[in-house]
Design a protein around this ligand. Structure first.
Ligand SMILES: [Zn+2]
Length: 262
C-alpha cells in the first residue's frame, strides 16, 4: 500500500512537472506571456523620444537599425549607449533594399531594388550589417527584420541564409506567437502604425498566453508610418500595469529563452 502510494505520488509529480514544462510561464521568465517592442529604420525619434520613455518604465526593446540611415551613422555613440543599456540592435540591413516592382514602391531607388539583386548580394548585406553591429555592441547573437517584408532577391528566397546569421527574424504576418508552434525565422507581429489607445487593452488581452511583437516605425510623426507619442506612452504604461503577467524583453532574449525551454 505504501509502495502504491509512493508510485501514485511519483505519477502525480511527473504529470504536474510535464504540465509545468508545457506552460508558457516556464518559457517567459515565470510570466504568462511575453511582449517585444520593436522599432524599425533607425529614426531620430527612437533615440530622442522612445528610448527615454522605455527607460522611464525600465523596458528593454529591439531596434531594427538600417546602417545607411543618417540617424544611425551620425549618432553611433547614442546607439552604442542603447546597446550598453541592454537594448538589442537588430539587423535591418545596410541599405534597406525592397522590391521596387511592387505597387506603391516607386520610392525604391534603382540601386536598392531587390527585384534586380542576387541572393549572394543580399548575403553580403546581412554579413556587413552584422559586422557593423557587432563592432558597435560586441554581441554575437541578434535577430533580423525583413525590409518591406520582402523575402526574395530577384526570384529566389533568401530565407535559407538566415540561420547562419541570426537566432530568429520578425516576419511579415499579423498575429501572436505560441511556443512550439512558432517558426523563429517568421515571427508574427502587430503593426503599431496608427494604433489607438482604445485598442491597447483588447490587444494585450488577446495576446494572453502567447508572445506578441509590436512593430513601430515613426513615433510622434517623423515617418509616414506613424504612432502617436501619447499612444506609445499609453502602451508602455499599460505594459507596466500588467508587468506581473507580461515579460517585456528584446526579441533576441525572448527567442533565446524559448529555445532553451525546448
Ligand atoms: Zn524598414
Amino acid at each position: 500500500m505504501r509502495k502504491q502510494g509512493f508510485l501514485l505520488l511519483m505519477l502525480v509529480l511527473a504529470a504536474s512537472f510535464k504540465l509545468l514544462a508545457n506552460e508558457p510561464t516556464a518559457v517567459w521568465q515565470g510570466k504568462a506571456s511575453a511582449v517585444s517592442l520593436t522599432y524599425d529604420d533607425a529614426l531620430g525619434s527612437h533615440l530622442d523620444t522612445v528610448a527615454p520613455q522605455l527607460q522611464h518604465y525600465g523596458f528593454l526593446a529591439t531596434f531594427y537599425v538600417v546602417i545607411n540611415s543618417a540617424h544611425f551613422y551620425q549618432r553611433l555613440e547614442d546607439w552604442r549607449k542603447l546597446a550598453v543599456a541592454g537594448h538589442e540592435l537588430g539587423n535591418h540591413t545596410l541599405f534597406h533594399p525592397c522590391n521596387g516592382k511592387l505597387p506603391g514602391r516607386e520610392w525604391v531607388r534603382a540601386e536598392h531594388d531587390l527585384s534586380t539583386w542576387s541572393v549572394a548580394r543580399y548575403q553580403q548585406e546581412l554579413q556587413v550589417a552584422n559586422t557593423t553591429l557587432a563592432a558597435l555592441d560586441g554581441r554575437t547573437q541578434r535577430t533580423f527584420a525583413f525590409p518591406c517584408g520582402d523575402l526574395k532577391a530577384g526570384e529566389t528566397s533568401f530565407l535559407p541564409l538566415l540561420p547562419q546569421y541570426f537566432i530568429g527574424a520578425r516576419g511579415v504576418e499579423s498575429g501572436v506567437n505560441l511556443p512550439k508552434q512558432t517558426d523563429p525565422y517568421m515571427l508574427k507581429l502587430f503593426d503599431a502604425t496608427n494604433l489607438q489607445i482604445a485598442q491597447i487593452g483588447p490587444l494585450l488581452d488577446s495576446a494572453k498566453g502567447s508572445y506578441a511583437i509590436f512593430m513601430f516605425h515613426g513615433v510622434g510623426g517623423d515617418h509616414p508610418l506613424n504612432t502617436e507619442l501619447e499612444v506609445h506612452q499609453a502602451l508602455l504604461a499599460e505594459l507596466a500595469r500588467r508587468q506581473d503577467s507580461i515579460w517585456v524583453a528584446p526579441v533576441v532574449e525572448v527567442l533565446a529563452s524559448m529555445a532553451k525551454a525546448h
